[in-house]
Design a protein around this ligand. Sequence first.
Ligand SMILES: Cc1cc2nc3c(=O)[nH]c(=O)nc-3n(C[C@H](O)[C@H](O)[C@H](O)COP(=O)(O)OP(=O)(O)OC[C@H]3O[C@@H](n4cnc5c(N)ncnc54)[C@H](O)[C@@H]3O)c2cc1C
Length: 341
Amino acid sequence: MNEVIKTDVLIIGAGPVGLFAVFELGLLDVKAHLVDILGKVGGQCAELYPEKPIYDIPGLPVVTGQGLSDALMEQIHPFKPTFHLGEMVTTVEKIGDPLFRVKTDAGKTFEVKCVVIAAGGGSFQPKRPPIQGIEPYEDKSVFYAVRKMEDFRGKRLIVVGGGDSALDWTLNLQPLAKRLTLVHRRDEFRGAPDSVNKMRALVAAGEMDLKIGQVTRLEGSGGELAAAAVKTKDAVERVECDAMLPFFGLTMKLGPVADWGIKMEDELIPVDTATFETNIPGLFAIGDINTYAGKLKLILCGFHEAALMSQKAYHYVYPDKKLVFQYTTSSTSLQKKLGVA
Ligand SMILES: Cc1cc2nc3c(=O)[nH]c(=O)nc-3n(C[C@H](O)[C@H](O)[C@H](O)COP(=O)(O)OP(=O)(O)OC[C@H]3O[C@@H](n4cnc5c(N)ncnc54)[C@H](O)[C@@H]3O)c2cc1C
């Protein structure tokens, strides 16, 4: 059995609001681990609009989605948060007063005094390609994410899609695969031009195959793929394969949050606006996932919520200590924590 990870607070979601919560908690000496389904931090900012400019972050007249994520990572660096990326929190269970047991789909178990749900619009989930009968193959030989590249060594792979994920994984897996075929419905790619050029060079050198068409049928048994039918302009080709990796983008679904016994309203979590606590003491909800009178789904509102949540979380982590309000400009103790004094 895996060792139980014990810490003060577990933050579910490493979007901008989850990241800023690390800062506010850190100023109060509260340690945090973060879990996110995505393989990177930044939530919607990094996943949905990394290059778009944001104009309403206080004090930053303009910053891109990725730029904001990077700046938040720099700001929280002094507090050394631990990230568990590419993992989904599946269960949250209250086991004490307050003490929570939290589990992820990667088999990790946490025991924490407080849980902060900063899950935004819910979990990013891969879009399933329109191939009849794909379900029995999923997670056995059809994968929507690459957890360990080594799992694909020496295999015949089909990668499907024309965006950055499809191209990046084509380039990363091609050297390990026995043979890799990229399938895309048109001979135009949305991914970075440099990746497209590298992929085309591999095709020209005969080191991988590119098929312009669509996967229409899968062949195999017991969840193990043997081949896929690829419908091109002129024919249906049978491509033998051991695994298929479709990258059709992500959608946002509420996911497992709804099963944690928290009071919900229209797929959102109502909170007390003085503390951002849910109906369960010690369990907080901040950012896009919560609801209250006047709520605006803005990053700056999530930042405010993170600050107030931290004040209440402090009392659960240090029940016998008094919290003294301090400014970062004038408190040497806060400046020491930030490594600037
Ligand atoms: C195109 C676009 C433009 C926008 N422009 C602006 C703007 O100009 N200004 C502004 O203020 N806001 C803007 N927003 C809104 C802003 O992005 C959101 O308010 C903000 O991202 C919310 O942050 P969050 O941290 O609450 O959630 P998110 O950014 O949604 O992050 C939540 C994270 O939680 C993870 N997660 C969810 N469930 C689980 C689980 N069970 N286990 C593990 N991880 C989980 C998700 O993978 C995700 O990474 C824009 C949004 C979009 C889509």
